[in-house]
Design a protein around this ligand. Sequence first.
Ligand code: FES
Length: 373
Amino acid sequence: MEEEILKVKNERENIIKTYSAKPIKNTYLDDLAQNSRDLQYVTIKEIIEETPDVKSFILIPDPTKETSELIPFKAGEYISLKMFIDNAYVTRAYSLSSNPKDSLKEYRITIKRVEKGLVSNIMLDEMKVGDGLTISKPVGEFGYNPIRDENNIIAIAGGSGITPFMSLAYEIENNYPQAELTVFYAVKTYDDIIFKKEIDHFNKKSKRVKFVVSLTREEKEGYLKGHFNKEMLEPYMKEFNTVLMCGPKTLYQDMNEILNEFNIPKKCVHFENFFIDYTPNIKDEYELKVILKNDFVITKCHSDETLLVAMEKAEIKAPSMCRVGICGFCKSILLEGKVKMIGSNMVSTLAENDYIHPCVTYPESDIVLRLDI
Ligand code: FES
């Protein structure tokens, strides 16, 4: 027995030594330490049924777990919800949809049911008032930046992509008297409109915030009909504009064509993207070896799932926030193997240094990955 333990111990030490030649920069470790301090423990104070498949959750601090106040956020930021489901650690990013002015005492996240969605379905079907949740600090770069942006803001939202713009509406109204915001919001039918009361309130009371709602599959008095087009946007465009977009992939494709017609410079167009779109050519299963600080784990990974998902299924607490290759929080070192990374230029740059973002990386062979946790 002792021999066996010694053998395993030696094997582990060898693996850790072999794969430790390349140091991870201090900043990464600092970030990890910093972010683990920024976890927040909250309780669900209220659940609001927005539409048949969308609910809002009002989250308040849980002082019994040492969260006495929430960390303030800026409109456009999101939190990462952390859960342990079916023996796996999972995270999901949700935009904050509440008034940033209230952020010390409460957040609102608004969640749409996703077909076969693991976390969204648990949130919508099982969570109740009084339940506790663990969330990250607010993060993200999306939103209005008075130094960078023009003061005429055109926000374009599809479906649940409205969530960051509801926060933004409050922020513009309360904090930026120089700015005007028009939110173009497309939904299928009248019943699919999220935040209907708040939209009506802004449209009645505000001089600088306006919502233009279009129903793509229904005609109704007071609402536009169909997908947004150049004619619908034209009356709200000024000489200089900033465009913000949030919604499904098709929204970006359609709107990019329309925005080209207005000659809006690319630097004035910003978008929030919470989806990845990839189907591997071949379906296969590989071995994934994850070297941790004082240990290693060997598991399986499939060509159609990201390395992050494979690690979560193996109960590895791999760090993650955005899950779409933007935040850099999951950054790890690829020691061996061939991968397919999708997403931003940042990912390709990292790849040249053997750094990858497991949240947008798919295996194409057996993989050895180093993760400093
Ligand atoms: S979780 Fe944000 S880049 Fe991977």
